[in-house]
Design a protein around this ligand. Structure first.
Ligand SMILES: CC(=O)[C@@H](O)[C@H](O)COP(=O)(O)O
Ligand SMILES: NCC(=O)COP(=O)(O)O
Length: 248
């Protein structure tokens, strides 16, 4: 069964827009868990635009042991003000999984994965350090990446396929090539013994086709669309809708 990890960044965006604690990230996490999700994802960024270090620490303390905590971020981004860096966050929070993403601080959102051939040697000591902390390491890669051996060689256990281009192609009514690129990368990763996650711009519309094409996906992390849909349908029913799609 593919695990649904709900990304709570957008709950924090709303909260930060007014100060105070509404909507409450912890309450949203509880609601998603009660509705049946298997994981919670956050992507704290150095500019603190949404999830802040305190959210990470509070989630780490309160999430039930059987709920996978996944922290995403750029391991090369240096500490900045109250942002202590991804490694320090993981040292304190000990998430079950850390997803390494090569984002610059000025990006609107994640828009590409690692170039594994180029980045593997630089990533290796960090992957080893996260592993020493007890975190499973997943590397964010573009759909269409064919050479996954470097990920396995440096000790990553999973990859996460960046599904933004697939979601865009799906919305244009022409998903076939983008979907085939996801499948190709997923197969090649599996052949290297890597688990396969997927995420970015997945929604109730486009998730089913992706899941039918790669039914053995280990995990999908979904935030933006899920929180938008929840504005209309409610958070718990929306989470349940995603679970239905993943169990079809
Ligand atoms: C790695 C990834 O695809 C997600 O974490 C996505 O980047 C969400 O981040 P934002 O909510 O900051 O856009
Ligand atoms: N790893 C992807 C993620 O956590 C959520 O991305 P999105 O659904 O907010 O685009």
């Amino acid at each position: 069964m593919t695990l649904l990890s709900v990304n709570l960044n957008k709950i924090a965006v709303l909260r930060n827009s007014r100060g105070g604690n509404e909507p409450d990230v912890l309450r949203a996490a509880r609601t998603c868990i009660e509705a049946g999700c298997g994981g919670i994802t956050v992507h704290p960024r150095p500019d603190l635009r949404h999830i802040r270090p305190d959210d990470v620490y509070a989630l780490a303390e309160r999430l039930p042991a059987d709920i996978e905590f996944n922290i995403e971020g750029n391991p090369f981004a240096p500490p900045r003000g109250p942002y202590p860096g991804l490694l320090a966050l993981c040292r304190a929070a000990r998430p079950a999984q850390v997803t390494l993403v090569p984002d610059n601080d000025d990006q609107l959102t994640s828009d590409h994965g690692f170039d594994l051939q180029r980045d593997a040697n630089r990533l290796r000591p960090l992957v080893e350090e996260f592993a020493r902390l007890g975190c499973r390491v997943s590397l964010f890669v573009d759909a269409g990446t064919r050479e996954l051996e470097p990920a396995a060689r440096i000790g990553a256990q999973r990859i996460e396929i960046y599904t933004g281009p697939y979601a865009h192609a799906y919305a244009q009514g022409q998903p076939d090539a983008a979907l085939a690129a996801c499948v190709e990368t997923a197969r090649r990763a599996r052949a290297q013994g890597l688990g396969v996650n997927a995420g970015h711009d997945l929604s109730q519309s486009n998730l089913g086709a992706l899941h039918r094409a790669i039914p053995w996906l280990a995990e999908v992390s979904i935030g933006h669309a899920l929180i938008c849909e929840a504005l209309y349908e409610g958070l718990a029913p929306t989470v349940r809708n995603y679970l239905k799609i993943l169990s079809a």
